[in-house]
Design a protein around this ligand. Sequence first.
Ligand code: GLV
Ligand code: MN
Ligand code: MN
Length: 412
Amino acid sequence: MRFGPQILSRCDALAAISEERGRLTRRYLTPQHRAAGERIAAWMREAGMEAHFDALGNVVGRYAAALPDAPVVVTGSHMDTVVDAGRYDGIFGILCPIACVADLHARGRRLPYALEVVAFGDEEGVRFGVSMLGSRALAGRFDVAALERRDAEGVTLRDALCAFGGDPAGIAALARQDVAAYVEAHIEQGPVLQDAALPVGVVTSIAGGTRLRVRVDGVAGHAGTVPMPARQDALAAAADMVLAIERHCAGRADTLVGTVGKLAVAGGGAINVIPGAVEFTVDLRSGDDAKRKEALAALEAECRAIAARRRVVIGWEPFFELAAAPCDARLQAQWAAAIAAHGVPVRHLPSGAGHDAMEFAGLAPIAMLLVRCGAGGVSHSPRETLAAEDADLATRVFLHFLERFDPASVAA
Ligand code: GLV
Ligand code: MN
Ligand code: MN
């Protein structure tokens, strides 16, 4: 195997750079972000690239083209993780193209385009609640209001960025106009390829999403004295809403999915107090933006009806939205050809997970290569697995694609 073992051992090395002992959590603008980025930058330089941290803490590696003024192709993925994460989400999409560049460089091969590999500092949005900050800035869509968002400790993004050594004033200049194409490799994070016994697949489109915060205000009271019919229990009302959201999304033939990932009683709650206020989050996704918007309106109406029936007050605050991103048909065909050249049947599939590629969709043609996840496709979990053979095959497919790609083939 040419690439698999080294990529997997690098994934292991990065998984050891964690904020928490015994499990992998690496949030944006932490010392662990810095350490992982430095390791990645060193591997980029070793592979023959120039590499630096940009104003937002992304690591950008550049493999110069054969000729000056050549077009630029961007690839990469994210180096932040969810809490108690797997070790391949994001990281594979950084290490796979670095391995390709190392191979090209060792053979003295330059491409007819400059290849930039970006390790994005934030994609998961765990620390500040909004996702894709790194890729959003390169796509020219960074909203400066995000700088005032606070993490759980009350630190603003602006202050965290300055402490990291980044530069809020330099964010606007990260916006790119010169990108001929954006491609990304990623673990599938689902079971489709494993069920089909296929190591890789080509993404057709990436599901769009809405994130919102729901606040439920009831009336706190004594758990022993307030009669049941008189209660305005915020947690019981929130539970009703959570189940209504699940019911609405379940059992549909389309790709709509809804998740309540966080729920907390204000002040932490107490065993003998009727919960007075609860906050929870909703993550709603679909490959079809119109269906997602329709569902959002229907869910709001259902939750408001529950609130009225239970005599609690509801606050419904969407705070993040990303449109579904179709992948470019010409690029998909080129990925398909690279897969077929390795004797593997070509499978096209949609991505339900969000990816940095989505941010580039308005800027350049995008496409993605997915690699099979083991363990039934589990991801966002330490149970995430990736076989060395699959990492190897995906990297050979990636290299095949890069060596044959002509930016003129996707020029508008
Ligand atoms: C990112 O991993 C997402 O899809 O939420
Ligand atoms: Mn993820
Ligand atoms: Mn990811």
